[in-house]
Design a protein around this ligand. Structure first.
Ligand code: URA
Length: 444
């Protein structure tokens, strides 16, 4: 088979057979199909798409580029969640220990930052010593001991996605339903779960910016999950402004530590509790999502979620003293406040622009091999709907990169809109989606 012919076939809108897809994906994983040909293929998929059968096949081939972990020795219904990607989306860091503290095992394989969005692995690695590259035996041992384990793809688990993810990040081929589906579901199906909760983001900071596209993605992900025999449900959640107050790896860890100790970050915790409630329900520890949410709230208020997080950090080699004393972490050389020039209310904070500004400050990657500055990022002092006076601090930028500061400040000034009149509040959790369809949700 010739890769060029297969690229042309997809470019012209054709459907690849199992053998053809295997040839390309395996060939790429084994180093026989070069990056430039895989990049061209990904771009062809971006423009021409895949039908459902082809998407499921692609996912299956990605999944079987590695092994499927057998977690049957660990008792309980194993449940994970995955987000389609957002800005300031640090939910997993609170969710995994919180749900584990409710008695549901949470095996979690996560990704790195992608495009303008952050990644759980990068956030975890901002904790000094924290190892996300565990062997399979270590992964199982941590899961058994702590109730959750949070790792990245290894060479055994969905290696095709590990390679393709990095390539998509830098070739403008992220926002594609079949590619996102193959990427997310191959990782999730490989990690040994019984059920999955998806957080499908919509809005400016999401890969699927319109609700229509996000719902189409959700339906595909759920159908793929069900095809592989995993109960899969999704929530459609808003990502038009960043989640929480912090954007940037260590800054987000600190925000999560605060939340696990009871700090009030309403939007972040609303998403975390909703997803957690669903996981606890799917894990058969609660009869309904509402009952699951109540258990999750108790896990936070009792301190059990935080204690589980500390044990997770210790079990994966992290230095717990930074969790207990976050203030001892190094600080950025430059901390620049952006103040409001007008009075009124925050009308919007453009999550996409914030994501890109974060990358300029060093909190994300522009190239595959770029090293992240873990302490860099953006701290918001005001969010959508907050009242603002002239001179109030809207946000603080943190970076060591002097050269990028002015441009980042300009970008942020444009991204935060202050105007007269309190804006209409948007619903953060818009719908529950399952195999039976889309169920719109009212705000709580
Ligand atoms: N998250 C993933 O793991 N993969 C994608 O393609 C997008 C979000």
């Amino acid at each position: 088979m010739n890769p060029t012919e297969l690229i042309r076939k997809k470019r012209n809108g054709g459907t690849l057979s199992k053998e053809e897809m295997e040839f390309l994906v395996r060939g790429y994983t084994e180093g026989k199909v070069p990056e430039y040909q895989m990049s061209a293929f990904l771009m062809a998929v971006y423009f021409k798409g895949m039908d459902f059968e082809e998407t499921a096949l692609f996912t299956d081939i990605m999944l079987h580029s590695g092994i499927v972990v057998d977690l049957s020795e660990i008792p309980g219904v194993k449940v994970d969640k995955h987000s389609t990607g957002g800005v300031g989306d640090k939910v997993s860091l609170i969710l995994a220990p919180m749900v584990a503290a409710c008695g549901v095992p949470v095996p979690m394989i996560s990704g790195r930052g992608l495009g303008h969005t952050g990644g759980t692995l990068d956030k975890l690695e901002s904790i000094p010593g924290f190892r996300t590259q565990l062997s399979l035996e270590e992964y199982k041992a941590v899961l058994k001991k702590v109730g959750t384990a949070m790792i990245g793809q290894t060479k055994e688990i969905a290696p095709a996605d590990k390679m393709m993810y990095a390539l998509r990040d830098v070739t403008g081929t992220v926002e594609s339903i079949p590619l996102i589906s193959g990427s997310i579901m191959s990782k999730k199906l490989a990690e040994g779960i019984d059920a999955l909760v998806l957080d499908i983001k919509t809005g400016r900071g999401a890969f699927m910016d319109s609700e229509e596209k996000a719902i189409a993605l959700a339906k595909t992900l759920i159908a793929v999950g069900e095809k592989f025999g995993k109960t899969t449900i999704g929530f459609l959640t808003d990502m038009s402004q960043p989640l929480g107050f912090a954007v940037g790896n260590w800054l987000e860890v600190v925000e999560c530590i605060g939340c696990m100790k009871g700090a009030k970050v309403p939007d972040l915790m609303e998403v975390t509790y909703t997803l957690g409630g669903a996981m606890v329900m799917l894990g058969k520890k609660a009869p309904t999502i509402e009952a699951g949410i109540a258990m999750c709230k108790e896990a936070i208020s009792s301190g059990r979620a935080f204690e589980t997080f500390r044990r997770l950090v210790a079990a994966q080699g992290g230095d717990v003293s930074f969790i207990d004393h976050p203030e001892k972490y190094p600080k950025s050389e430059h901390q620049v406040e952006i103040k409001s020039k007008t009075a009124g209310f925050v009308q919007s904070i453009d999550a996409l622009e914030i994501g890109f500004a974060g990358i300029m400050l060093g909190a994300g990657r522009m190239r595959v091999d770029e090293v992240i500055d873990m302490k860099a990022g953006i701290l918001f002092k005001k969010k959508d709907g907050d009242a603002v006076k002239v001179g109030d601090v809207l946000t603080v930028l943190m970076t060591d990169r002097n050269s990028e500061l002015d441009r980042a400040v300009q970008r942020l000034e444009k991204a935060i809109i202050v105007g007269a009149g309190s804006p209409m509040s948007t619903h953060l959790i818009k719908a529950l989606i399952d195999g039976t369809g889309v169920h719109p949700l009212n705000p709580s």
